[in-house]
Design a binder for this molecule. Sequence first.
Ligand SMILES: *Cc1c(COP(=O)(O)O)cnc(C)c1O
Length: 386
Amino acid sequence: MTASPSSAYPYRLRLPGPITIPERIRQATARSIVNHRGPEMRVILEEIQQWIKPLFGTTAPVLTFGSSGTGVMEASLANVLAPGEKVLALVHGQFGERYAQIARALGAEVDVIESEWGWTPDPAVIAAKLDKNDYRALVAVHNESSTGAVTDLAAIGALLRDRDTLLLVDSVSGLGGLELRQDEWGVDIIVTGSQKALMCPPGLGFASVSEKARKVIERDDRCARFYLDMRKALAVVDKHETAFTCPVSLLFGVHEALTMIHEEGLPQVFARHKRLSDAMRAGCVALGLPAFGDQATASHTVVVASVPEPLTGGAIVKHMYETYNTAIAGARNKLTGRVIRIGTMGLISEADVLTDLYFLERSLTALGHAVPTPGCGVAAAVASLS
Ligand SMILES: *Cc1c(COP(=O)(O)O)cnc(C)c1O
């Protein structure tokens, strides 16, 4: 292992995922492995099933896969599509682009509604597209981690309620930090991963499946599928099993994470994410880094801040890491250099936000960016918190 860049500071993982794992969860993942089809594991899977459903806002079954988030995005499409069918993709960031790419890779004919990055599409534009075409699925990203925009799923769900088109949603970086009401909003499949607001190591994917989606999944004329075949997973979900060996340690972690979330209370968890992301954003703005994108739809799980010229996001990320041992994110897409992104999901507190803003101010100053007054980022965050 390489020595930490600056031993004066502990390592701080402040990305919009993977995120710092709370100690309780980290210890849960270290428990001894049990029989993956034995009674101990069935209890864990049963309780996860029961406790994770309120995070999706559903009574539908939630399937578990050993996979990163992208794997369950692929599963959501491979199980409902037949090659040649049409998919409508809402694209206004990197993960929307990925969902569209997956659909193309599976042989779908993909129409894209492209919006400016940081903004989400007008439902009227979506409705017009739906009126002219017969889509098997509409794919959308709930919380676009590359831009910080949150999509109004209720509005889109309302458009699809009386159509055959299925609504598939990537909430990898939203679920657990942002409210979801799958059943009420009419979402058919929501996919998520373990390493974002679920506060666990990377490696687990979850997918909730509506009755409307299930009828399509059960058809034999869908894409070729084997490991990610939701028919196999649905056949054993009520017996509290997975089709193949489940990542036992990660599931211990998710079980502990769900325990913690319900101990705090879901409304309290959501309110904390809002409060801390508001404070982080206020701090960035005060430091001269304007919030990126449409602030009416700003995320609570990630703060995306614009970087003024001649500064670059990469220089800030590098300085934060090398001097303060703090890992924040830039961009690996067309926003490269123009934004920085800091996670506000998981079990963080005011102290984390204020520390980030202090280090950010010191880094900006070191890079030659004059902040209005010393401490103004921290002060703006404190004002937002009180
Ligand atoms: C992190 C993330 C993913 C999944 O990424 P993996 O690296 O495959 O886990 C997908 N969508 C969004 C919005 C994300 O933030």
